[in-house]
Design a protein around this ligand. Structure first.
Ligand code: HEM
Length: 300
C-alpha cells in the first residue's frame, strides 16, 4: 500500500514546486509552501479525508499540534479533530473508500475487529506521528544542506541515485527530537537497569535518539555527514516494539522531496541568514516555522 503511494507523492511534489515556480522568483517558504502541505496531503489521502475538507482539517491540526499557542486553541483543535475523525470512521463504516482507514475497518484478526475507539485512536496517531515529523525533517534536511553542506546539495543534484543513502545519513545526522528541551518520554513500569544506571519504577526518562545517532562507538567519525557511510543503523525511527510504523512512507516522502528539490534547483540558497530562522520551541519535534529560500536552477 505504501509503495502504491509513491506516484501520489511524486505528483504532489511536482504540483507544489510548479506552484512555487509560478510565483516568479519570489522567495519560497519551504515549510508553508512545500513540506507542510506535502506531509499533510499524504496523511489526508491515507485517512481518506475528502479534498473539500482539507483546509478545515489543516486548521484544526495546526491548532492541535502547536504547543506554543494559547492552550485553549490546542484543546479546541483536538476536540474538533476528534469529532471529525469520529465522523470519518462512521462514514467509512457505512461506505468504505480506497484508504487505510477503510482497510483498518475491514481488517480482522480471527473474530476480532478494531473497535470504533481504536479506529479513532489510530486516526489520531497517524496524524500526530506522521505529519509534523515528516514536514519537520524535510525542512531540517534542506537547511542542513544549504547552510552547512552546500557542496553535498550540488552532489545530489548531479547524482540523484545517491539520494536514498543521503536520506538515511540525514536521518541519522539531523536532530528532530531536541532532547535538551523536550523529547519522547517513557515511564518505567518496573525497576530497570540501563547501561548500569538504575531507573526506579514510576520515573520518567527521555530517549535521546539524537545522542545515540552520534555515538562514536557505533558510527565512526559520527559528526561527519557522509553519504557513503555503510551499515547506517540509526535510531531516527526508534527501535523495538514502538519502531515507527510510517518509516517506509516517510522514506518515500523524504527521498522524492530531496531528489526533486536538488534536481530542479541545484543553485538554491537561503533567503535569510540562518540565525534569523524561526524555530518551534518546547515541542517534541525540533522544527522550523519558516524556511525562506531562493529556488534557483542556475547561480544568479
Ligand atoms: C521523518 C519522519 C518520521 C520520523 C523521524 C518518525 C519517527 C518516529 C519515532 C522515533 C517513533 C518511535 C517513538 C517512540 O519510540 O516512542 C515513531 C513512531 C511512530 N510513527 Fe513515525 N516518524 C516519521 C514519520 C511517520 C509517518 C509518515 C507515519 C504515519 C503515516 C508515522 C507513524 C508512526 C506511528 C503510528 C508510530 C507509533 C508506533 C508505535 O508506538 O507502535 N511516522 N516515529
Amino acid at each position: 500500500r505504501v509503495n502504491g503511494l509513491r506516484p501520489l507523492v511524486e505528483r504532489l511534489v511536482t504540483r507544489l514546486l510548479d506552484a512555487a515556480d509560478a510565483r516568479g522568483g519570489a522567495p519560497a517558504d519551504l515549510v508553508e509552501d512545500f513540506a507542510s502541505p506535502l506531509a499533510l496531503s499524504v496523511i489526508c489521502v491515507l485517512l481518506g479525508v475528502p479534498e473539500e475538507d482539507r483546509e478545515q482539517f489543516r486548521t484544526w491540526v495546526r491548532q492541535f499540534a502547536t504547543v506554543s499557542g494559547p492552550p485553549e486553541e490546542a484543546v479546541e483543535g483536538r476536540e474538533k479533530l476528534g469529532a471529525y475523525i469520529s465522523g470519518l470512521v462512521a462514514a467509512k463504516q457505512e461506505a468504505p473508500g480506497d484508504d487505510v482507514l477503510s482497510a483498518l475497518i475491514a481488517a480482522r484478526a480471527g473474530a476480532d475487529r478494531l473497535s470504533f475507539e481504536e479506529l479513532v485512536g489510530l486516526g489520531y496517531t497517524l496524524l500526530g506521528a506522521g505529519y509534523d515529523s515528516t514536514a519537520g525533517q524535510i525542512a531540517n534536511f534542506v537547511l542542513t544542506l544549504l547552510a552547512h553542506h552546500p557542496e553535498q546539495w550540488r552532489h545530489l543534484a548531479d547524482h540523484p541515485q545517491d539520494v536514498p543513502a543521503a536520506v538515511e545519513e540525514l536521518l541519522r545526522y539531523v536532530n528532530l527530537n531536541a532532547t535538551d528541551t523536550s523529547g519522547l518520554p517513557r515511564i518505567a513500569t518496573e525497576d530497570v537497569l540501563v547501561g548500569g544506571a538504575r531507573i526506579p519504577a514510576g520515573e520518567a526518562v527521555f530517549l535521546a535518539f539524537a545522542s545515540a545517532n552520534r555515538d562514536e562507538a557505533v558510527f565512526p567519525d559520527a559528526d561527519r555527514l557522509d553519504f557513503a557511510r555503510t551499515g547506517n543503523g540509526h535510531l531516527a525511527f526508534g527501535h523495538g516494539i514502538h519502531n515507527c510504523l510510517g518509516a517506509p512512507l516517510a522514506r518515500i516522502e523524504l527521498t522524492v522531496a530531496l531528489r526533486e528539490l536538488t534536481r530542479r534547483y541545484p543553485a538554491t540558497r537561503l533567503a535569510v541568514p540562518e540565525d534569523e530562522l524561526p524555530w518551534r520551541v518546547g515541542d517534541v519535534n525540533h522544527s522550523l516555522l519558516a524556511l525562506p529560500v531562493h529556488l534557483a536552477a542556475a547561480p544568479s
